[in-house]
Design a protein around this ligand. Sequence first.
Ligand SMILES: [Zn+2]
Length: 113
Amino acid sequence: MTSTRRPAARKQRGRLGYLLLGRPPKKPRQDHHYRCGVCRTSYGPAPSREAARAIRDWHRGDRHGGGAPDGEKIISPPPPDPFDWLRGYQPAFVRCAVALGVVLVLFLTFAQR
Ligand SMILES: [Zn+2]
């Protein structure tokens, strides 16, 4: 039995947008974690750096009497690559290049006569 449901990516961009732009790029996970160097315990994922700081403050108060344990850190995802949005348009560039090539071949074929 085949499913008649359209893929989520096609539904998200619409038929023309999906045809021109292709599948939207996957967004990397933006989870933050807190790791205590003394307890060797990790907490998270937290949706934001501020939420990870709140977990850190709670852990400091609850387990270490408010002091900052050695080696603690908040692990954040790497900053986004500024060229990531360009990679999302790569299918459109390829389709435009193919269409331009076809037009060029047709033009050169019929321009010689
Ligand atoms: Zn700890």
